[in-house]
Design a protein around this ligand. Structure first.
Ligand code: COA
Length: 380
């Protein structure tokens, strides 16, 4: 169908896709389960706590979670085990090697949604990037499994830049199109973040949720009439230990530490907040200047969804005034932090109403540190 197009070398976003798990956990349910765990732990360890050998665990609170983060609920693949105080970890059945793995399965669902919205056949796609922070396994690549499930001829690989995986994936896809190495690239971000979250850690047990997104990046010459021109992309990384996860196969050298809390998500939330807000705001303003775009004229910001307070501050610095929900939409209230997928969900659910010529920005930030900007203008 697209064999006879003459590539322009100009990358656009043709469509996006979303898969949302059916189950969700409210703050009430989450805190009830956590506090039951705390009560049991403190009861079972009463003597050690009384003698000062162990510190009593503190309960969590719905009010704190909502005030500190803006999160009210989160979707998860399966909630029973996550809420069982005796488990508090995912219990997803292992699948045979000849079955589609669960991460690929939700990636395929999001990808099919994007393809359908662009009226695109898988046969027209040249490459699949699985850009996510919570991969199922080291190899074979999830992306190749997704490629096979969709019936795409071409190449595929996984890339992990934590919460910024999707924007790094979009720039990578855009560069293939700019260089003429591909004309249609799917950037898929399946995030089953309930796996890396420490559901027993009071400071972070409320943060994450599961989801999958897909972004179809294409050469303008083959894009549907309504699409988003990519005006510019910019990536930045600065090393930081403030968000860290030490899980990996080298842990086998010290099997006794495999279940230690540092093999799950750990962060210094306050430091992340303080350091990332100025870094990202400055990056956005500088990139806007390079692209000769007035940042205050951006119609909408689709920001990474980690914390409502961070987004409020970043949006204010970029737009020059307190952003309305219309200017900087929130999805973390119902999705939680979905790592790399967050800014893409915000875009997917809040972009149809914009007019041709409107400009906007997808922006991610997270572990690494890593940050990415994708400036867009609606066409069609
Ligand atoms: N329930 C009740 N109280 C809690 C609590 C909980 N679940 N977790 C922590 N607290 C308490 C703390 O013990 C602390 O008490 P203290 O003041 O008596 O010491 C107080 O609440 C404040 O804790 P703090 O960790 O400083 O909260 P915060 O306001 O910084 O909010 C985050 C925590 C994690 C929500 C916030 O820092 C954040 O979102 N940062 C950015 C995180 C981010 O973007 N990470 C990227 C992930 S990819």
């Amino acid at each position: 169908m697209t064999a006879d197009i003459v590539p322009s070398g100009r990358p656009v976003i043709s469509a996006t896709g979303l898969f949302t798990p059916q189950e969700s956990i409210s703050n009430d349910e989450l805190v009830q389960s956590f506090n039951l765990y705390v009560e049991r732990f403190n009861g079972e360890n009463a003597a050690a706590i009384a003698s000062g050998e162990l510190e009593a665990l503190q309960p969590s609170s719905v009010e704190f979670i909502e005030k500190a983060s803006g999160i009210k609920s989160r979707h998860v693949m399966t909630k029973a085990a996550l809420l069982d105080p005796a488990i508090m970890a995912p219990r997803l059945d292992e699948r045979a090697d000849d079955e589609l793995s669960i991460l690929a399965e939700i990636g395929v669902k999001a990808a099919r949604d994007a393809l359908q919205r662009a009226d695109r056949e898988p046969g027209d796609v040249d490459a699949v990037l699985c850009a996510a922070s919570n991969m199922q396994r080291p190899y074979p690549a999830m992306a190749i499994e997704i490629q096979q499930a969709l019936g795409i001829d071409g190449f595929a690989f996984d890339m992990n830049v934590a919460c910024s995986s999707a924007t790094f994936g979009i720039q990578t896809a855009a560069d293939y199109i700019r260089a003429g190495n591909a004309r249609s690239v799917l950037v898929v971000s399946p995030e089953i973040t309930s796996g890396h979250l420490n559901w027993r850690d009071r400071d972070s047990h409320f943060i994450f949720g599961d989801v999958a997104t897909a972004v179809l990046v294409e050469d303008a010459a083959m894009a549907p009439a309504v699409h988003w021109d990519i005006l510019g992309t910019r990536l930045k990384t600065v090393f930081s230990n403030n968000i860290r996860n030490n899980f990996g196969y080298l842990n086998r050298a010290h099997p006794e530490t495999v279940d230690a809390p540092d093999k799950l998500f750990v962060q210094e939330g306050r430091k992340v907040f303080k350091e990332v807000v100025p870094m990202v705001a400055q990056m956005i303003v500088e990139e806007a200047e390079r692209l000769e775009i007035d940042p205050q004229g951006l119609r909408r910001l689709w920001l990474h969804q980690a914390n409502a307070g961070m987004n409020r501050l970043i949006a204010q610095r970029v737009l020059g005034h307190e952003a309305s929900e219309d200017e900087s939409p929130t999805v973390l209230d119902t999705y939680g932090n979905t790592s790399s997928a967050g800014s893409i969900i915000a875009f997917h659910l809040n972009s149809e109403d914009l007019q041709a010529g409107d400009t906007g920005l997808i922006c991610s930030f997270g572990a690494g540190y890593s940050a990415g900007t994708v400036f867009l203008r609606k066409a069609g």
